[in-house]
Design a protein around this ligand. Structure first.
Ligand code: GLN
Length: 547
């Protein structure tokens, strides 16, 4: 019998419900279970693919091409599993399915209502997860906070599932926030009490309260929450804001959350958790390491969540390279205004991440130019690869008209052009080249050596590609096509011959990086960044000696 853990949020959003869910998944995996996680998002979009990163942060892409919430990135990184489309459900998906059934005549004679039609479809989607993922424990996280109008049908569906499946097979975990009042130096539990009351009014009694706080939560507060919220004291789990994201599983382990979950669900651990490697990783992260500076040139830099997986991939690779990476977030339009150049020139590496639309594109091209000329290690991710191609094209063809047809439809030199299969596409949602595609690596190239294998699968999300008309002339001038689709038709990785590390990939390697297992391209990039930093250090020492 599959077990279900339901995670709801109380008081405010953005307190790390997704990370908590991911960490609980890790606790269960360490005990020999096969956990998986599903996120239920109450918004009406079918998926976040068409939303602005300002609204929603990064769009995370899965193997099967599903465009999902960034929390799925946390799930995959913490638990080290690959999720699929069924793991992210939105109100939009539920309604479009039910309405399609209605039009088809599946409910002839019936009035379609939230209860039971919408709730039944939600329950069907939840029950589908163990079938398509081979999981024995399913964690279901509800986006938003209790009290939001949009999340009511989801909560009602969960309430019904508890009656359908029984208490021993379902567990409600409520993640709340304890505010700290500076004037009196107190932590307050009242908002938590209110949100539990709200949950109760819709028929759900939480079994566990994860109490998030910026300050340590003492025994007394724990008792108080237990008393007012009607849960056992050991089921009140204080979770103080961690210094490092990946510490959260260890903090929850310390509070014995997994033991309580297993107890309540009548489960027995299949193996003893072994945290040695994870603890070693945390210890390494906390050790002071030589600093390197990487400038990330993007257009959503005000909201770092928009580049969540890139930031994590850098962190994994930096740890591996024995350095601490400081990311300098630079808005590409700054470069267009003539600012921020010194930022790039003084950094040890440049990343141009993915993106869409023409705003800020010239700034990114300038960043690539600087990186090429100054021989600063450069990693281009999807759009960042296209930018690198445009810049190189302008350099060798001697024309500023070189462009992608995404930014200038009538460019005389369309070095990046729309994929043929994208020509006829009308709808914007879910229609890009999405998900895993194979890439064959060319031996004796930077990328080929970084991977050390001949064939890899990587995750994609794009409409445009390298225009093969330019392959020959680019190659003559020193661009190496180091990753290609197995039929040689599509360019997947480019790099520059006369540069220590200038590499761009049409796919998104950041989605495949895991703590303890950095992605090969990020790994090699960070090694080169570290080298660059050392060279500078030596140079500085030389200068000092001269003076
Ligand atoms: N806008 C570019 C394309 O559609 C790059 C997409 C991306 O960076 N994900 O091809």
């Amino acid at each position: 019998m599959t077990k279900y853990l339901f995670l709801t949020g109380g008081v405010v959003s953005s307190v790390g419900k997704g990370v908590t869910a991911a960490a609980i998944g890790k606790l269960l995996k360490e005990r020999g279970f096969r956990p998986t996680i599903q996120k239920l998002d109450p918004y009406i979009n079918v998926d976040p693919g068409t939303m602005s990163p300002y609204q929603h942060g990064e769009v995370y892409v899965l193997d099967d091409g599903a465009e999902t919430d960034l929390d799925l990135g946390h799930y995959e990184r913490f638990i080290d599993i690959s999720l699929n489309q069924a793991c992210n459900v939105t109100t939009g998906q539920i309604y479009s399915h039910v309405i399609a059934q209605e039009r088809h005549g599946d409910f002839l004679g019936g009035t379609i209502q939230v209860i039971p039609h919408i709730t039944n479809e939600i329950k069907r989607r939840i029950r589908m997860v163990p079938r398509v993922t081979d999981a024995d424990v399913v964690l279901v996280e509800i986006g938003g906070t209790v009290g939001d109008i949009e999340s009511l049908p989801f909560l009602e569906a969960l309430r019904q599932m508890r009656s359908d499946l029984g208490r021993e097979n379902t567990l409600f975990i409520h993640v709340t926030w304890l505010p700290y009042i500076g004037a009196t130096g107190e932590i307050k539990t009242k908002p938590t009490q209110h949100s539990v009351r709200e949950l109760r009014s819709i028929g759900i009694s939480p079994d566990v309260i994860v109490a998030r706080s910026d300050h340590p939560v003492g025994e007394e507060l724990r008792e108080k929450i237990a008393l007012f919220c009607d849960v056992e004291k050991r089921a009140v789990i204080p979770l103080t804001t961690a210094e490092l994201l990946y510490e959260v599983p260890l903090l929850l382990e310390h509070e014995r959350l997994a033991d309580y979950i297993l107890d309540r669900m009548g489960l027995e651990a299949k193996q003893k958790p072994d945290w040695t490697e994870w603890e070693r990783m945390i210890a390494a992260e906390k050790t002071s390491r030589p600093k390197v500076r990487i400038t990330l040139v993007g257009k959503y830099v005000e909201l770092q969540d928009a580049y969540m997986s890139v930031r994590e991939a850098v962190r994994h690779a930096a740890l591996d390279a024995g350095v601490e990476a400081e990311i300098v977030w630079l808005h590409s339009t700054e470069l267009e205004k003539g600012k921020g150049w010194e930022e790039i020139e003084s950094s040890h590496g440049v990343i141009v991440p993915g993106g869409f639309g023409s705003r800020g594109i010239e700034g990114k091209i300038l960043a690539a130019k600087l990186a090429r000329e100054r021989k600063i290690p450069y990693l281009g991710l999807c759009l960042g690869m296209q930018v690198m191609v445009i810049e190189f094209g302008r350099f060798i063809l001697g024309s500023d008209d070189v462009n992608s047809t995404e930014f200038n439809r009538n460019t005389p030199h369309p070095v990046i052009d729309i994929l043929p299969e994208q020509m006829a596409v009308g709808d914007l949602g879910g229609t890009m080249r999405l998900g895993l595609y194979p890439c064959r690596l060319v031996p004796n190239t930077v990328a080929g050596e970084a991977y050390g294998v001949s064939l890899v699968d990587e995750r994609h999300r794009h409409r445009f590609e390298f225009n093969n008309t330019y392959r020959e002339i680019f190659a003559e001038h020193g661009m190496v096509f180091s990753g290609l689709s197995p039929d040689n038709r599509l360019v997947e990785i480019v790099e520059l011959r006369d540069h220590p590390f200038m590499v761009g990939s049409q796919f998104h390697p950041e989605f495949m990086s895991r703590p303890n297992r950095p992605h090969p391209l990020f790994r090699k990039f960070l090694q080169e960044v570290a080298k660059k930093a050392d060279i500078r250090k030596e140079k500085r020492e030389e200068n000092l000696a001269k003076n």
